[in-house]
Write a protein that binds this ligand. Structure first.
Ligand SMILES: Nc1ncnc2c1ncn2[C@@H]1O[C@H](COP(=O)(O)OP(=O)(O)OP(=O)(O)O)[C@@H](O)[C@H]1O
Length: 626
């Protein structure tokens, strides 16, 4: 790194950032472990019918007006047509631009309708890599489905009755990491604000009122609103000229926020309400600004850093994210809050990112020692750090992007067109390896190990947080080879060791996921974007979205762990159809039988009891269970 002349010229902010990222990984990990030692959240809940649960059901068909009215009319689906390069993603699955993750506060149970339709988020089911793509040919799949699925359609377990989880409120959230707690309070405060001011629904119904870009140069950022995050120990990396000038300006323009300084976060909720209602115009632009400032605060920053980098290599890409590796960490860079369309899509907003952070950090809580927790797994990718950056892509980053493009053929827009004031969220993630699409499985044991690890991880998260991934396609499962022979999970206090056969799995990308953090339910309302269900017939991924819709009956806020099983069945199909590895006819029959038996499973936890996995699981002697 230091021998790179370009690198030596660039002093500073980012050099420090990357060095710190690498040096502090272990410390962050230890810190996470400490957080795991906090008491487990106890969520009590009862199951009620949809009718009973009406106050917290934004997506019921009979109540679809609430869902529809929550859509942001100005963010419409579209298909990219302005690309000459046909290697770029232009497909049904790029048009998921009217979706928005929705949070439901548990206070809804107490009578208030604490829900909010959020700005849309999209996702990218993967397409084949490479510039010279062949048109899709589903003949093989069609034949396969005719053979395997004919009876399956009849055997398919009926969709669960439409239900909603109604959670009993646990007054203390001691089990939540501090950052989660603060984020939830912030989001909760925003919901109060939105409902009290009655502005959001109005805004959302007004196509002419569009999300505004963060006014970096005119409006500035409020320094007093920002603070330090103890949870992630993020660095304050302010220092660029633009940052300093913004800082100064913000002190002048947002003195009303100074009273927030040094306050405990407990007080921020009411301050935000006052701020939002009295000190700022009630507009989505100010909401975006508040969200951006809150995001900075939680990242321990007073202003965005720059996107300078050292020795860095691009390793993957999604619709939103460009993934690079620096040291042993992966940095996913996602542009936010700008007006420039990226890869044909509207950029994510700070609010969306805040909630995604919350979801990821909730999953981080599963990475504890089994000695302290009833449910633990390390299979969900660890979020180590999060930063907000601003500026153009650094030349080193652009070079890394070009190199990857040459070797793999990028489907994304070239990142050299971002304006100077473009902001990004940079997530520092554990390196999870290579995605299943590219990974070469050697034999049946490795395939079985993949399946059992995914199933066990889903079972653990399902049990701890009613987690459903809802988008577990082969781009979102990462594999790496390790010498570790056994991997431990804890499920309802029972420690289970799993034979790895030399591979370790990491699950990524929680864009569509649904989780119950204990205080809030986060989910993405897919009913507001029907196009996700319009993928080609015979494409297993597209079929899985459609099956999820049947299972959920388009009520995406509800808990339907059966969706996890649908993705397990998808994975079995992928292994049989798309992956080549050493296997016998019996191995294939075993996989097909597993897929059929999964029809009768309503959760990953149930699936884990299937005989297919039995010789991969070893109960820990300390659990007392044979
Ligand atoms: N932690 C990680 N370790 C290794 N590779 C990663 C990691 N995170 C992301 N990647 C790579 O980057 C790619 C894109 O990441 P990801 O799916 O999170 O982006 P995205 O923009 O959210 O995608 P989507 O289009 O599915 O929404 C992945 O398929 C993978 O190849």
């Amino acid at each position: 790194m230091t021998s790179n002349p370009r690198r030596e010229k660039k002093t500073t902010i980012s050099d420090d950032l990357w060095r710190e990222i690498i040096a502090e990984e272990q410390e962050n990990f230890n810190r996470n472990l400490n957080h795991q030692q906090q008491p487990q959240v106890v969520v009590t809940y009862q199951r009620r019918t949809v009718d009973d649960a009406a106050p917290i059901k934004p997506s019921q068909k009979e109540g679809s007006s609430s869902s529809n009215s929550g859509r942001i009319a100005s963010r419409v689906s579209f298909i990219v047509t302005n690309k000459n390069n046909n290697s770029q993603r232009v497909s049904w699955n790029r048009s998921l631009s009217t979706r928005g993750r929705t949070s439901i506060a548990v206070l809804a149970v107490a009578g208030g309708n604490e829900q909010q339709q959020r700005v849309p988020r999209k996702t990218k089911p993967p397409l084949p890599k490479g510039k010279l793509k062949q048109p899709p040919n589903f003949e093989k799949e069609r034949a396969y489905f005719q053979e395997v699925d004919a009876d399956e359609l009849m055997e398919e377990s009926p969709s669960p009755k439409k239900v909603a989880w109604v959670m009993g409120i646990q007054p203390d959230n001691a089990g939540l990491p501090p950052l989660c707690t603060r984020l939830e309070k912030w989001l909760h405060a925003k919901r109060h604000y939105l409902i009290a001011s009655s502005t959001l629904s109005t805004i959302l119904r007004s196509p002419e009122e569009q999300l505004q870009p963060i006014p970096f140069n005119n409006d500035g950022f409020d320094s007093s609103y920002m603070g330090k995050s103890e949870e992630l120990r993020l660095r304050n990396i302010s220092g660029s000229l633009s940052t300093q000038s913004m800082h100064t300006q913000s002190e002048k323009t947002h003195l009303d926020l100074e009273r927030l300084e040094d306050k405990d976060f407990d007080d921020i909720e009411s301050d935000i309400k006052k701020l939002s209602l009295a000190s700022r115009p009630s507009s989505l632009a100010s909401l975006a600004n508040d969200a951006f400032m809150a995001l900075l605060k939680e990242c321990g920053q007073t202003a965005p850093s720059t996107l300078d980098t050292g020795n860095i290599v691009k390793i993957g890409e999604g619709t939103f994210g460009e993934a690079f590796i620096a040291g042993s960490a992966v940095c996913k860079i996602v542009p936010i809050d700008g007006e420039l369309r990226v890869n044909g899509e509207l950029q994510k907003r700070s609010m969306e990112v805040l909630e995604e952070v919350m979801l990821s950090l909730t999953l981080n809580r599963l990475r504890g020692s089994e000695a302290h927790f009833d449910n633990a797994t390390t299979t969900f990718i660890q979020t180590k750090d999060i930063k907000v950056c601003q500026g153009r892509y650094d030349p080193v980053l652009l070079k890394a992007w070009d190199t990857w493009d040459t070797e793999h053929g990028s489907e994304n827009d070239h990142p050299n067109s971002f304006p100077e004031n473009q902001c990004y969220v940079v997530s520092i993630l554990e390196h999870g390896g290579t995605d299943l699409e590219s990974f070469v499985l050697l034999d049946f044991n490795e395939a079985r190990s993949l399946l059992v690890q995914v199933t066990a991880a889903l079972a653990v998260a399902e049990t701890a947080f009613e987690f459903e991934h809802r988008d577990l396609h082969w781009g979102n499962i990462l594999l790496s080879r390790k010498e570790t022979a056994m991997l431990q999970f804890t499920l309802e206090g029972r420690t289970i060791s799993i034979r790895t056969h030399g591979i370790l799995i990491s699950i990524i990308d929680f864009t569509l996921s649904r989780i119950n953090t204990g205080n809030t339910i986060l989910y993405l309302n897919l009913s507001s974007d029907p196009e996700i269900f319009e993928g080609p017939k015979g494409d297993k991924q597209s079929e899985t979205y459609r099956k999820m819709r049947e299972v959920t009956d388009d009520c995406w806020d509800g808990s339907f762990p059966r969706t996890n099983v649908l993705w397990l069945q998808y994975l079995v199909d992928i292994l049989l159809l798309k992956k080549s590895f050493k296997r016998s006819g019996k191995d294939e029959r075993d996989l097909r039988s597993l897929k059929k038996r999964l029809n009768s499973c309503n959760s990953a936890k149930e699936a884990l009891s299937d005989s297919f996995f039995s010789d991969m699981l070893v109960d820990h002697p300390a659990s007392g269970i044979v």
